[in-house]
Design a protein around this ligand. Sequence first.
Ligand SMILES: Cc1cc2nc3c(=O)[nH]c(=O)nc-3n(C[C@H](O)[C@H](O)[C@H](O)COP(=O)(O)OP(=O)(O)OC[C@H]3O[C@@H](n4cnc5c(N)ncnc54)[C@H](O)[C@@H]3O)c2cc1C
Length: 502
Amino acid sequence: MAAAAAQPFGEAWRNPSPAGVYDLAIIGAGPAGLTAARFAAALGAKVALIERDRLGGASLNVGSVPSKAMLRTARLYAEMAAAEDYGAHTPNDISIDFQAVMQRMRSLRRRIGDQVSADRLTAAGSDIFFGQARFVGRRAIEVGDVALRFDNALIATGSSSLTPAISGLSETGYLTNETVFDLAERPRRLLVVGGGPLGCELAQAFCRLGSQVIIAQDDPTFLPKEERDAAQILADALARDGVEVHLNTSVAAAHAEGDQKVVDLVSEDSRIQVRVDQILVGIGRAPNVEDLGLEAAGVRYDRTAGVQVDDFLRTTNRRIYAAGDVCLEHKFAHSAEASARAVIFNALGLRRERLSDLTIPWCTYTEPEIAHVGLYVRDAWALSIPVETYVMLMHDVDRAVIDGAHEGFVKIHMRQGTDRILGATIVARDAGEMIGEVSLAIRLGLGMRDLAEAIHAYPTQASAVRMAAIAYVRGHLTPSLKALRWFRSIRRAIRAGADLWT
Ligand SMILES: Cc1cc2nc3c(=O)[nH]c(=O)nc-3n(C[C@H](O)[C@H](O)[C@H](O)COP(=O)(O)OP(=O)(O)OC[C@H]3O[C@@H](n4cnc5c(N)ncnc54)[C@H](O)[C@@H]3O)c2cc1C
């Protein structure tokens, strides 16, 4: 018997009748669950995909897509305000229509969301069930009053915003990524708590869209995992935009006074009170492991680290795998997708894919963007790997100068004495696009000589990667090659009639 359920997007939906034992039952239809469902169904597997909320998960609905849509309009406003720098006139009255910004964001979200409608997924071969799923045994999942049996299952339940322990905060009220994109009005004054990617991106977006933004971060830098010089450039950029930056500062307490929220910010040498209309909390993510019946399924987990998996993404129940935010340290849409693809290879016995073999880049989409792949120098040191680093500053890159986006650098870390790339950090307007090249090089075992030989279109920001590689090659010419180069350049100069003595 088919069970009726409402699809949270408003459309009525009738869950299908379960079709016997599923080859793969997936809990969660975010990037990880959707990738797994599409891939497994395309391979002919019998797939059940269960979602309790909206298809697309955090990334589509309350994460990557809406935040990047807002950032795009925010960048446009920033460029309008800086029109004089580009030989244009700043419009007299730049009035920001916040509702139009949010409308655009929602319409883009709908458009991208159309790719993952329940009808499309069904047509592609998956049975879609809406409802809260929980394991009721080692090979069974319950959704509402329906039980689904499986040969293999995938936990792809993602993560949720961490709640900070701040006295009075819940009574005062605050926004998270789950509610901020529903705002109908721009907050006049906004306090952002947390200086990770989410906090920095949204602080910059709201500031450029006209809010007075204060950001409080309890670490000495933003993006504490990134290299210090990268984080410093971001702190300067936020301050230049007009964000009031409070580093080394924690939020001690909050209370409401009328429509206002009054918040105590405490640092080593000061305690101040700020008054804002809204507080946005972005201090990290907690894996969604609650109410999943993981005990019944024999799946071990931890409330902080999430579902425990081995290098093949298998849980402590050998028929159950996990992918995405619920088990990964690096919580990104593309790592969720990559880990889900690996699960399909492993679960369906196509080939053995290891989590540790994945090369995963990431990016914070502020302006400038901050992207990274592979090892940081501190990681290399911890592994006793000697490192040498090649840096190209963006202000030496023609396209960056032309674009008026010459802040930042490309920094590539090499295993000393070899042509092996260990990792890279890129700070540039389009760092997220540029990091893909280094990521590919690491994945394919290519070195700096390969990057130096790859012809890049001129002028591009991406040529900064090649310029860093050329610096490496120049520094590693053997004595005979150096002599040859010198000899050739003299010959060329004589042929060209150059006066060698001037
Ligand atoms: C503001 C913000 C901006 C971001 N920007 C980026 C970015 O630019 N780039 C990037 O790569 N990443 C970004 N991320 C991270 C990215 O959104 C996540 O890493 C990604 O969504 C994780 O995918 P997932 O499939 O593991 O989980 P999710 O997307 O969280 O999906 C999990 C799904 O499982 C469902 N679910 C949970 N429990 C159950 C249950 N018991 N029964 C049924 N269904 C259940 C949930 O409803 C959800 O739909 C951002 C995140 C945030 C919050």
